[in-house]
Design a binder for this molecule. Structure first.
Ligand SMILES: Nc1ncnc2c1ncn2[C@@H]1O[C@H](COP(=O)(O)OP(=O)(O)OP(=O)(O)O)[C@@H](O)[C@H]1O
Length: 371
């Protein structure tokens, strides 16, 4: 026991700090007893997601961690599991939650992440007091951070990674309110031929999933782009997609944004807490959000294009086409809400494509923002 403890302290002292350092499975592996001690026997639960509960822990050197205790459905073999963890641990970017290690012992599969202190974007959007604290500068910084993190996953990292479950609760916020994408690649740790109904829950979340993913399990980088578009509309409106309302009416965020865009009243979408913010920039974000949620997958921009659109002051963006799940009038529930009742977060883990190189949606015509 003492030996194990010392071994772990030693590991913490020599923790991986640069991309050039060689990360091995051995350098990532932790003993269950060590993690149990670090989490005070799993006593401080941060929350629970589709993969299992998450606990706060502190290593002997003071480093704070979040420990995800994977549910038993993670039936992957040891070698496969370790290979996946190794791959994910090598993905390092300031806008991704860093995977620090894992534990694989008997029934236990634990993932150890850096602790991100400011909870999630979802948490901020659901709480009126917290939301009011998010000025436009913070919101833009969050949006831009997601773009960078996602672009890294899609194009810059060694391995092309499709997130598949991007949503506001998977955007964690650090002490300086920078966005850190969590749960990337976690679905890879579950066997792809899972048939258990609740296992499919972990792969996507209704309301954020692209239509082609909902319809036939087809996912690509463009399905992540779709989910990103929903998040952008949420950030601008200050409302969650799932509970979006206008006055008394429950509406669909995407439809509401699209209708107002076409009617030249897109300002209606903006969170009143952002009054006085730079309307051109906010409007540009609505425009980008709508481009990302277009029904036609090929018309959605890549994350690299989104990054360019955001930083260019003279970007001329194409007009968005109809988003998926478009309804003729607001105030009517999304026609697919029956799906929502049955599966809060569903989609089968059946990919028939992981190629994100669909055609780029290049900017062409300069269009003034409707007001
Ligand atoms: N690295 C972390 N640092 C701090 N809190 C975290 C970390 N990872 C997860 N959490 C918190 O733990 C809780 C559960 O997270 P988890 O990612 O498992 O589920 P989720 O995102 O809520 O749902 P889902 O599994 O459907 O994505 C959330 O409240 C989340 O904010």
């Amino acid at each position: 026991m003492i030996f194990i403890y010392l071994k772990r302290v030693q590991k913490q002292r020599t923790k991986i700090s640069t991309m050039d350092e060689i990360i091995t499975v051995e350098s990532l592996q932790y003993d269950f007893s060590f993690i149990r001690a670090a989490t005070d026997n799993f006593s401080d639960k941060l929350g629970e997601g589709g993969f299992g509960p998450v606990y706060k822990g502190t290593f002997p050197n003071g480093q704070e961690v979040a420990v995800k205790r994977l549910s038993k459905e993670s039936s992957q073999g040891e070698v496969e599991f370790k290979n996946e963890v190794l791959l994910l641990a090598k993905l390092q970017h300031r806008n991704l939650v860093r995977l620090l290690g894992f534990c694989y012992e008997r029934e236990e599969r634990l993932l150890i992440y850096e602790f991100v202190p400011n909870s999630s974007l979802s948490n901020f959007l659901s709480d009126n007091t917290k939301r009011a604290l998010l000025n436009w500068g913070s919101r833009y910084n969050i949006i831009y951070g997601i773009v960078r993190g996602l672009n890294y996953l899609h194009e810059e990292s060694q391995h092309r990674i499709i997130h598949r479950d991007l949503k506001a609760s998977n955007i964690l916020l650090d002490a300086a309110m920078n966005a850190k994408i969590s749960d990337f690649g976690t679905a890879r740790l579950f066997a792809s031929d899972q048939t258990q109904a609740d296992t499919s829950k972990v792969v996507g979340t209704y309301g954020y999933m692209a239509p082609e993913y909902v319809a036939n399990g087809h996912f690509s980088a463009k399905s992540d782009v779709y989910s990103f578009g929903v998040i952008v509309l949420e950030v601008v409106s200050g409302q969650k997609n799932r509970s979006f309302h206008v006055g008394e009416d429950v509406a669909d965020l995407r439809t509401y944004a699209w209708q107002n865009w076409n009617q030249g009243t897109a300002l209606n979408l903006i969170d009143p807490a952002l009054r006085g913010g730079p309307s051109d920039m906010i409007m540009k974000c609505i425009h980008i959000g709508l481009l990302c949620v277009q029904e036609d997958e090929a018309s959605r921009p890549t994350m690299a294009s989104v990054g360019a659109m955001l930083i260019s002051s003279s970007a001329s963006l194409p007009q968005p086409s109809k988003p998926a799940f478009f309804m003729e009038s607001t105030g009517i529930r999304d026609t697919s809400s029956s799906l929502e009742q049955n599966s809060e977060s569903t989609e089968s883990d059946q990919s028939n494509a992981t190629n994100g190189h669909s055609s780029r949606n290049e900017a062409s015509i300069t269009e003034p923002y409707p007001r």
